[in-house]
Ligand binder design. Structure first.
Ligand code: GDP
Ligand code: MG
Length: 162
């Protein structure tokens, strides 16, 4: 999406980020939101929900052939999930960098999973892995009217004037 306001232009894309039940129960909501916020990404939607098993299966439909699929969907639907949409230039790819590798044993220190998680089955956070999945996941978790369009005061300082 090309957004042009007050003389600057930035390619602002949106990604779906969710703090899974382990991250919520471990009290890591503010820590995780803070990392996305300090980077310069803009929160455009947020809610806390306990997804049904059926909903979890829809979210992870790409993984239905994997041996851990059932356990994974049971886990996602086992408690509150903080669902969010973050916006910014490169938000999909860089969001994945902030999150770190799927297996926290392989995530670099400095990443969310590297710093805050230990095993793959409890890796505390989900992030869309590409533009198509971002679009699908945002549509699955949010109604269009739940996404808030606004210009953040910091945008001209983050992206410059041209
Ligand atoms: P992600 O995009 O980095 O979250 O990774 P994937 O899309 O490949 O997998 C989705 C989620 O399934 C991961 O975040 C893990 O929680 C879980 N997962 C992936 N691989 C394994 C595995 O080998 N064993 C178990 N128990 N869970 C896994
Ligand atoms: Mg994935």
């Amino acid at each position: 999406m090309l957004q042009e306001q007050e003389g600057y232009a930035a390619e602002l894309e949106r990604t779906f980020i969710a703090i899974k039940p382990d991250g919520v129960q471990r009290g890591l909501i503010s820590e995780i939101i803070s990392r996305f916020e300090r980077k310069g990404f803009k929160l455009v939607a947020v809610k806390i929900v306990i997804p049904s098993k059926d909903f979890a299966e829809k979210h992870y439909h790409d993984l239905k052939e994997r041996p851990f699929f059932n356990e994974l969907c049971d886990f996602l639907s086992s408690g509150p999930v903080l669902a969010m949409v973050w916006e910014g230039e490169g938000a999909i790819k860089y969001g994945r960098k902030l999150i770190g590798a799927t297996d926290p044993q392989k995530s670099e220190p400095g990443t969310i999973r590297g710093d805050l998680a230990v095993v793959v089955g409890r890796n505390i956070i989900h992030g869309s892995d590409g533009p198509e999945t971002a679009k699908d996941e945002i549509n699955l978790w949010f109604k269009p009217e739940e996404l808030v369009n606004y210009t953040h005061n910091a945008e001209k300082w983050l992206y410059g004037d041209n």
